[in-house]
Design a protein around this ligand. Sequence first.
Ligand SMILES: [Fe+2]
Length: 185
Amino acid sequence: MTAASQMIAQLEQLFADRGARQYHGEPVSTAQHMLQSAALAEREGAAPELVAAALLHDIGHLLHDLGEDIAEQGVDTRHEVAGARYLAPIFPNAVTEPIRLHVAAKRALCGIEPDYFDRLTPGSVRSLALQGGPMSAELAETFADKPAGSAAIALRRWDEGAKVPGAEVPGFAHYLPLLRQLAGA
Ligand SMILES: [Fe+2]
């Protein structure tokens, strides 16, 4: 088994073993949330790299053992950095950068769209405060102008839409060919 296929098997295992963790007080599990994000990306015809990014964007939440209610306790686990680092050995930047930046993208969207903040769920508002709060309009525009920034913003929109209880979406196995191709496994 190559390092890449080993890592992909590990990802599948993380979804199975830890994916049932509740997603920040939202009515879906973390695995369901990521699968719904990927389904939205795929439905919009996003590039394979972005579909993979959507599928794996919160993997950082499954890497720690700090408990499900860690954000409620006021701790920011920097899951976006942990996730991007974890995936970097086998996936290209086009997968890991939107993941690393998807929290910043939420802060940016608050600076770009005045009503974006109002649409955030309570769990999302709570984590936003821990993550540094909204960006200024100027900083947000600079962020959105960069390719990785705009990819992260696209990811963020799927992320926000992926909290539907009981939605029927493809499982992890559906994405194995795409992940293998991106990782050269
Ligand atoms: Fe998410």
